[in-house]
Design a protein around this ligand. Structure first.
Ligand SMILES: CC(C)(COP(=O)(O)OP(=O)(O)OC[C@H]1O[C@@H](n2cnc3c(N)ncnc32)[C@H](O)[C@@H]1OP(=O)(O)O)[C@@H](O)C(=O)NCCC(=O)NCCS
Length: 157
């Protein structure tokens, strides 16, 4: 099985990504199409393709100098367990290496074993980190607080 990874945002199947994230993921359920599109436009995107059809997605939010946040990693249910997720992570790592960032972060409920294969480790100094969440009753900057999807950083996935 040959998985093709492509970083061209113009090739992404946005409708499919919207469905995966908004209807099937555990972290972005209910995210609007507008927000999914805005996320794509402001990220480095990775599409995974089997026989030309998109079967996976991941994106990096980064300043390309110091920091990146890896999120919205998703493989279509019918294509799981065949190396697509690992191919996505390999491409992400390949993109990250030359940038030489100080820190790349992500959050996951249960896929630690996947990310661990690509060098990610649990936070060594978690007591130094803090977060501002829109679902904590503290509205994120610029947010009305009415939309649970306006967090400063997405929390999982
Ligand atoms: C997690 C996910 C991206 C993995 O993609 P995939 O194409 O099925 O994964 P691969 O076939 O490339 O292999 C995944 C590897 O990570 C391991 N792994 C660890 N935790 C895992 C998890 N929660 N889900 C899937 N694989 C996991 C697998 O055992 C496998 O390792 P191995 O080949 O050494 O046995 C996919 O199952 C998915 O989209 N799940 C639903 C959404 C999700 O949870 N996304 C991640 C959010 S952080």
């Amino acid at each position: 099985m040959d998985v093709e990874i492509c970083t061209d945002p113009g090739r992404l199947d946005r409708e499919r990504i919207f469905r995966w994230l908004s209807k099937e993921s555990y972290w972005a359920r209910g995210r609007s199409r507008v927000k999914v599109d805005r996320g794509i436009e402001q990220s480095l995107n990775f599409g995974a393709y089997l026989d030309g059809e998109q079967v996976g997605y991941a994106r990096l939010v980064t300043d390309e100098v110091e920091f990146a946040w890896l999120c919205d990693v998703f493989v279509d249910a019918g294509a799981r367990g065949r190396g697509v997720g690992k191919a996505l992570l390999a491409a992400v790592r390949e993109t990250l290496v030359p940038l030489g960032l100080r820190r790349v972060m992500l959050a996951t409920a249960d896929a630690h074993g996947l990310y661990g294969q690509f060098g990610f480790r649990p936070l060594a100094d978690s007591d130094r980190f803090m977060e501002l969440r829109s679902d904590d009753g503290a509205p994120a900057p610029g947010s009305s607080g009415a939309d649970a999807d306006t967090g400063v950083a997405s929390t999982d996935g």
